[in-house]
Every structure is written in C-alpha cells, then in structure tokens.
Design a protein around this ligand. Structure first.
Ligand code: ZN
Length: 137
C-alpha cells in the first residue's frame, strides 16, 4: 500500500502521539485482512507530534473506541482518492463492550451475557464508570 495516498479507505488523523498503537489494539485492526499502516510521530504544526492510522478499506469503525482513546482524533473517509467525509469524534457519552469492568464483584463478571457498559461521568477528567457498579474504568 502506498501510505501517502489511499484510493478507498479510512485515515484516522490527529491521534496524539503514542495513542496510535492503543487504538490499533482496541479497534482490533490486527484482525483485518486489508492493509493497515500506523505512522508514528508525524510532525504536526498543531500538535507537535501525532500518529496517523491508514486503513486500505472502507470498513465500519467503532467511533466510540476512537473517541474514548483520543477524542481529538479525526476520521477521514476516502473514496476514489477523494476525501468524502471528515468526522470529528469527541468523547462518547457511553461505551458498550469497549472496556471491561475490573471489579470482581461486579455483576458483569458473573453474568457473562451482560454488555459491559461505561458512562462518561466527568468530561474534564475523562472519567468513565461502570453502569452497574460505578467502578472507574
Ligand atoms: Zn462493574
């Protein structure tokens, strides 16, 4: 894949440096069959250093995951070599099955079929708490 240009795919831009790998893992990009490139420590006028992820296919992405890891990231959708959509993410109000509650007494550890839901309880500190037991993420 030519990492400078994608004809059809997704570019996640403005990722804070070092968040690229975390996003890669949480989005499970390693399981994709298409080409995925992480470009780390790109010099950015606005951010100093940033990471960029390029995915060589137009796949559905869980934007909540991106917003959780890095609310400042932008998602650019490329079709036929043109930018057709630019999504500004921001912090999601709730996360479903993105992270797991670590409290062993939480109902989600015994009731396996329950979704793991976290709610944003404090925007300033980026605090998410388990919907069931209020344990911090
Ligand atoms: Zn819990």
């Amino acid at each position: 894949m030519n990492i400078d240009s994608i004809s059809n795919g997704i570019v996640i831009d403005h990722i804070k440096a070092d968040n690229g790998m975390k996003l890669y893992e949480l989005l499970d990009l390693g399981s994709l069959a298409c080409s995925v490139a992480i470009i780390k420590n790109v010099t950015s006028k606005k951010m100093g250093k940033k990471d960029i992820i390029k995915i060589d296919a137009d796949i559905p992405l869980n934007l909540d995951v991106i917003g959780y890891v890095d609310p400042g990231a932008t998602v650019n959708v490329i079709r036929d070599g043109k930018l057709v959509e630019k999504k500004i993410i921001g912090m999601p109000e709730a996360l479903t099955n993105v992270i797991k509650c670590k409290n062993p007494r939480c109902i989600t550890s015994t009731e396996q079929e329950l979704p793991h839901i976290f709610k944003l309880t404090d925007k300033d500190t980026k605090t998410y708490r388990c919907l069931y037991c209020e344990t911090k993420a």
